[in-house]
Design a protein around this ligand. Structure first.
Ligand code: HEM
Length: 445
């Protein structure tokens, strides 16, 4: 392929570096070849940029010229009808249908639930007990999705959903996610057969939930109710398969990402005593039982969440494939070529963020960043649909946890970000210790 962009010429090495350490690899490439640069990855040639002007060009372009870069890693786990995998008119229609469920106003309905779940999950903790921050935040965010999105209420059924979803996610190993020939059953055994068994169990639970809703007839406040009641311009509702695939998409896109963001925030706060103290003072001013609506209005808590998502972006890149030729920073790119908006490159640009490696939430109070400088949720017509939900959840959960409890880090060693499916998570999940309840603070479970 003749391209005016520069990049590493060896084909295999970039794929290995990309899988092992995408942020580090992209930083080296940008230093060596300039931004944008080109790399050859499993889906083919991909142009990468983290430069605000390059990102502006991508996110402001006509969305019709893009489609998802690759179906391979996500299709089995989110389904063929997932919004993550469709493009053009269908994608636009599906987004329009789902959008009202994630509107800022709707979040209020979920605040009390998020707070209750945070209180219940921390109930059994005893002072001195070890815990892993990511396990704690994952337990919270999974239950939030099961209840706020799927609308499951009875504790026994919430537990069943939780077990089946955890087995489903864990059984989707990198081998079957990235190597298509491994997607076959070896006489009913092997990783694909295991994943299929868990997928069937989850499908059964979803069918049961849809049937229950059908029998009730009464709309509720959860996202499933909204999905069931939405119709397109022709008055058509989503089909059962479309509904299930969108529920799986919200589950996969929504629960681990938010849990990782919260675990990083806990990590950075406990490594940066002045930030932790400032947040504790802000929370203490709300009294012992802060309301969710009061928590989401706190400026420093919001800045802590923004800075945690900046420093170690949970999703390191937003990718597209070209359906029409496209010009990126003066370089003409052909149909079929991939594009990657590198969140990590944008977020570590010292011209935008002085001392980019420092956790300094104040930077978000001192100035506003454009959507081409700060993009933890991607951008343009495919910007994360759950961004408002995720930020609301991060603020309510972290605010509730830190109003009521004290934690400390189990060790002082720096923690690396490692790839976990398509996300970048703290390597050991952030081991911590529970120090005890804050005097006088309580959040009703
Ligand atoms: C901190 C948490 C989260 C992060 C960092 C995150 C990040 C992202 C990113 C980077 C994208 C791709 C955007 C692009 O291609 O430009 C995305 C897409 C998406 N996210 Fe999130 N996300 C988070 C939480 C959530 C939640 C809570 C939900 C829903 C419950 C959700 C639902 C979605 C959906 C449906 C898409 C596909 C949008 C489309 O293709 O039109 N995400 N997310």
């Amino acid at each position: 392929m003749s391209l005016s962009l520069r990049g590493p010429r060896v084909p295999l090495l970039p794929s290995i570096r990309f899988i092992k350490d995408c942020p580090g690899f992209f930083r080296e490439c940008a230093q060596r070849y300039g931004d944008p640069f080109v790399v050859q990855l499993p889906p083919g040639y991909v142009a990468v940029t983290g430069d605000p002007e390059g990102l502006r060009e991508i996110f402001s372009a006509d969305p019709e010229i893009f489609e998802p870069l690759s179906r391979l890693p996500l299709e089995p786990v989110v389904g063929t009808h997932s919004m993550l995998l469709i493009s053009g008119e269908r994608h636009k229609r599906e987004r329009r249908l789902l959008m009202p469920a994630f509107h800022g106003e709707r979040m209020r309905a979920y605040g009390a639930l998020m707070q209750q779940i945070s209180a219940r999950v921390t109930e059994g903790l005893r002072p001195g007990a070890p815990l892993v921050a990511l396990q704690l935040t994952q337990a919270i965010s999974l239950e939030i999705i099961i209840r706020a999105v799927f609308g499951v209420e009875e504790p026994e059924r919430v537990r069943r959903f939780s077990e089946v979803i955890t087995a489903y996610s864990d059984s989707y190993t990198p081998l079957i996610a990235l190597v298509a020939p491994m997607r076959r059953s070896f006489g009913g055994r092997g990783p694909w057969a295991r994943f299929q068994a868990h997928a069937q169990a989850l499908d059964g639970l979803l069918t049961g939930q849809l049937e229950r809703r059908g029998a009730e007839g009464q709309p509720r406040e959860d996202i499933l109710s909204l999905l069931l009641s939405t119709k397109d311009e022709a008055g058509q509702p989503l089909t059962e398969r479309e509904l299930k695939d969108e529920l799986l998409t919200l589950l996969i896109a929504g629960h681990e990402t938010t849990a990782i963001g919260m675990a990083w925030a806990l990590y950075w706060l406990h490594r940066t005593p002045e930030a932790k103290q400032r947040l504790e003072e802000e929370l203490a001013a709300l009294g012992p039982r802060p309301e969710p609506e009061a928590l989401v209005r706190l400026p420093y808590l919001a800045a802590v969440c923004d800075e945690a998502l900046r420093l170690y972006p949970v999703v390191a890149l937003a990718s597209r494939k070209l359906r029409a030729p496209f010009t990126l920073r003066g370089h003409t790119l052909p149909v079929g070529m991939g594009l990657m908006a590198s969140v990590t490159l944008a977020h570590s640009n010292p011209a935008t963020y002085p001392e980019p490696e420092r956790f300094r939430p104040e930077r978000f109070l001192e100035r506003k960043f454009s959507p081409f400088e700060y993009l933890p949720f991607g951008g343009g017509a495919r910007r994360c649909l759950g961004a408002a939900f995720a930020l609301y959840e991060m603020k309510v959960v972290l605010g509730s946890l830190l109003s009521a409890h004290r934690f400390s880090l189990a060790h002082e060693l720096p923690i690396r970000a490692v790839r976990r499916h398509v996300t970048m998570a703290p390597e050991d999940g952030v081991p911590m210790r529970y120090e005890g309840a804050v005097q006088g603070a309580s959040v009703a479970a």
